[in-house]
Design a protein around this ligand. Structure first.
Ligand SMILES: [Fe+2]
Length: 204
């Protein structure tokens, strides 16, 4: 199993997950320009099965249609956010739902806060793809129309229960480094260190 982190535009990250044995692949958040991901798919001769949207914001979903037109792939999102994505979503995933690409297992976790239907993806118990839920050193903003401080706090408490060794792969390059271990984030990320909703809400 391999996960490629691909910088899109100024600071968005797409992730290409693929099974080395079967060449089956999934692209998480094509962003507004999937050209680099498409080049990678071509060079590696991958069979793109899924495009996954971590949430409905356009900077993550912009090239959905381009991917659908270029590959025989299905769009995946949560049921809640699928209603705000202009394209038809083929598969809506619920919390803890599992989808495999070849020998690679993806577990979808419902992580509301940035949007009400945000999802994170755990890949083969090794990687945690967090979209705009968790960044390196911060979390996603909660002041947009369907964001919620309270939901984000609860989500962060839940993410703290996940295994330390997971590598956090965020949806934006906002941190001091592009990825980190979850244990480091548990120890250093101010939004994960907040132990009450009041403390969390007081973070500037
Ligand atoms: Fe977002």
């Amino acid at each position: 199993m391999t996960v490629e982190q691909i910088l899109v535009g100024r600071d968005n990250f797409s992730y290409l997950i693929y099974c080395k044995e079967t060449k089956q692949a999934a692209l998480v958040d094509p962003g507004s320009n999937a050209s680099k991901a498409m080049k990678c798919i071509g060079e590696l001769n991958l069979d793109l099965k899924y495009v996954i949207n971590t949430h409905h914001h356009h900077d993550h979903t912009g090239d959905n249609i381009r991917m659908k037109e270029a590959y025989d792939c299905k769009l995946i999102a949560s049921h809640i956010d699928s209603e705000k994505i202009p394209e038809d979503i083929d598969i809506t995933v619920a919390d803890q739902e599992i989808i495999k690409i070849g020998n690679v297992q993806m577990i979808f976790i419902h992580t509301p806060g940035h949007t009400s239907g945000s999802i994170c993806v755990v890949v083969d118990a090794s990687y945690l793809l967090t979209g705009d839920t968790l960044f390196i050193g911060d979390c996603g903003r909660t002041d947009l129309p369907d964001g919620s401080n309270k939901q984000m706090f609860t989500t962060l408490q839940m993410l703290k229960e996940l295994p330390d060794e997971l590598i956090v792969y965020p949806g934006h390059d906002y941190g001091k480094k592009p990825f980190d271990t979850l244990v480091n984030q548990k120890k250093t990320n101010k939004t994960m260190l907040a132990d009450s909703l009041d403390t969390f809400s007081a973070i500037p």
